[in-house]
Design a protein. Structure first.
Length: 308
């Protein structure tokens, strides 16, 4: 049990009672404590270089299901001004966007400093809110995650008048890319431009050990698979959409992006496509990662400035 607010971690080894406990405070303080059982053997302070400024964070609980949300405002935020919104999303199993670790939002702060207010929230299906919370996405990996993002975003807009919900872009990677694609495909009234990074296009083409855990077998849930497929909704595209994907992705295969682009092309829906040559599911090269983030911001800025 932990009392201090922040991000706590624990590493243990089989056959030993030694523990390494990590802690990140809301002020960015870092430390590691080595312990044996309840006895503290020593504390290792961090020697890491600090960022030039800490993210400007506001945590809120919003919506019908008390979604945890975080707002990242520009460092030069001006009272009375309304800002376009960038929804930085994951929204799926196994990962959360909202934590007490300020390091998590350094990139979001950069997005914000380009002229956005960045918001992230964890809807149903994300971890650490109980079994019922996680199981509600059973058989359909898109309806509830997308509805929860909209519910939470609407509530955030009502509580924060500096969020301009007439200019909303969405960006995510992996499941977040999948959710971003569906957001602009299915709800162009809410999301006005999107960037889908390494998205799953159709769950039939993803790992069975992951997919069938949530969706069941394709033969037993054909309607669920069809509705959760971005290929089904490709003809509905009315908003700017950029699809980007590593050509050597060994998690979500590059074929997903190719199939999505092909479906959009066949439906006569203009879109942008960026293959990241030689990269896997994540882009490790700092120079390329920088160009990627610049592309995200540039595409969303242009998309939100264009009338539908």
């Amino acid at each position: 049990h932990t009392e201090e607010r922040g991000m706590h971690g624990l590493i243990t080894g089989n056959g030993t009672d030694m523990q390494v406990r990590s802690f990140v405070g809301p002020d960015g303080s870092l430390s590691w404590t080595v312990a044996r059982g309840t006895e503290t053997l020593g504390t290792l302070p961090s020697r890491a270089e600090q960022p030039p400024s800490w993210p400007r964070l506001t945590y809120q609980t919003v919506g019908a299901h008390d979604f945890r949300a975080v707002i990242v405002r520009p460092q030069d935020w001006e009272a009375g001004r309304r800002y376009p919104v960038l929804v930085h999303v994951y929204g799926g199993p196994h990962a959360k966007m909202v934590t007490a670790d300020p390091y998590r939002y350094v990139r979001s702060q950069w997005y914000a400093d380009q002229g956005f207010i960045v918001v992230s929230l964890d809807g149903r299906g994300t971890p650490d809110r109980g079994r019922a919370w996680e199981r509600v996405i059973r058989g359909d990996l898109i309806t509830v995650p997308l509805a929860d993002q909209i519910d939470g975003l609407t509530a955030l807009g009502a509580a924060n008048p500096d969020l301009d919900l007439d200019r909303v872009g969405i960006f995510g990677w992996s499941f977040g890319g999948y959710l971003s694609a569906h957001a602009v495909l299915q709800r162009p009234d809410v999301f006005h431009a999107g960037v889908a990074g390494a998205p799953v296009a159709a769950w039939e083409d993803y790992d069975t050990h992951y997919t069938e855990r949530y969706m069941g077998l394709p033969a037993e849930n054909p309607e669920g698979y069809a509705h959760a497929s971005a290929l089904t909704h490709a003809p509905e595209l009315r908003r700017p959409l950029l699809v980007m994907h590593g050509t050597d992705d060994d998690n979500v295969y590059f074929a997903h992006a190719v199939k999505l682009s092909d479906a959009l092309f066949r439906a006569g829906r203009p879109h942008a496509f960026l293959p990241l040559t030689g990269y896997t599911h994540m882009v490790a090269d700092p120079a390329v990662a920088t160009r990627l983030q610049e592309r995200v911001v540039g595409f969303l800025s242009d998309g939100l400035a264009t009338e539908p």
